[in-house]
Ligand binder design. Sequence first.
Ligand SMILES: Cc1ncc(COP(=O)(O)O)c(C=O)c1O
Length: 398
Amino acid sequence: MRKDPIRDPIRSVIRQLEPSGITKVTALGLGNPDVLPLWFGETDLATPPFIRKAAIDALEDGKTFYTNARGILPLREAIRDFHKRTCGADIDVARITIPGAAMLAVVTALQMVCETGDNIVIVSPIWPNIFQAAKVVGAEPRLVRLDENWDTGKWTLDFDKLFDACDDRTRAMFICSPSNPTGWTLTAAEQKTILDFARERGIAIIADEVYGTLVYDCAPHAPSFLSIADDEDAVFAVNSFSKPWAMTGWRIGWLVHPRSVEPAAAAMAQCNNTGSTHFLQYGALAALSPEGDAFRGTLLERCRGGRDVVEEWIRGQNRVRWLRPEGAFYGFLQVDGLTDSLGFAQRMVTDDKVGMAPGWAFSLGDKRDDSYLRLCFAQDPAKLEQALGRLEGAIRKI
Ligand SMILES: Cc1ncc(COP(=O)(O)O)c(C=O)c1O
């Protein structure tokens, strides 16, 4: 019999990780055909046929080998061209790495900038995977919450709060704009203020721009940090094929990093995934074609229609309000009287057969978020209306 205590082989931060609030809800009904699922950040459209065909053709053609771990060159060049034509940013291909999904791009950026004991200042409410990933790399996630401004109808970022949260151990500010879950979108002038502060303090910016082209008033692209940063600014911009091209299941995205980080990015791509799937990269390449641009336009209009459906529904409600999203495809709805968004969202799955994400999931225990629910409106309008009807019924029971 062994007498000495067995040492836990798992790092304590990993041991303490819990499923996110979204997972705690989806666990009750994922795959149940009776449940209308608006809980994930994805449209109900499948990836368009021309993208699927490009991947199938590549597979048939034997594109089944390892590639350069940073991605095939034609795809990196097409990403460079995409940035140029959507937000006017001139990015050298040396700054582009395709590690796998955008989630892996987030992790890669965090791994590159954080040591254990550092902190990362994150604008919230925020997609929970972000603060979970910060914990995984040993950093303390410090959330700075946007403020609701019901008078102007906008979420606002208090720069004093953001900058005051940074100290000597702050290695990066994580900013998702357009935001998941609020749709809040930074202006170029605000980005400049943040970049100036980051430069002065030697703090990196991890800019999550996966919803960059899903914007309603400043198409074709929300203001991007890439348009104002130079090659050597410590800006790490995360992007994804998932959202604008309906490719969430493909797990492919990219990271734009400073020029001189290229060797480290290459090493990280080796360590983390040794590249993304060979034939899928050809599907992604097709997404960046003119046909892909046209699809993005179609999806954006579908999202705009979904946003209108939710707005119209809210007009008929007396207990629900929102700050209308400027970008992304989420409604972050505040429900009067709601104080336990997780329990409520779970009951909605089991009793009302509709899946939404609890506001609770998007912060680290900030009570203000617990009166919110997030739904994805990139959906068929009839389905969306049906889901909102079910939500209305559930709210009546509070
Ligand atoms: C803000 C944000 N960043 C990153 C991602 C990850 O995208 P991907 O599907 O490419 O991993 C998501 C997906 O929901 C997201 O909402």
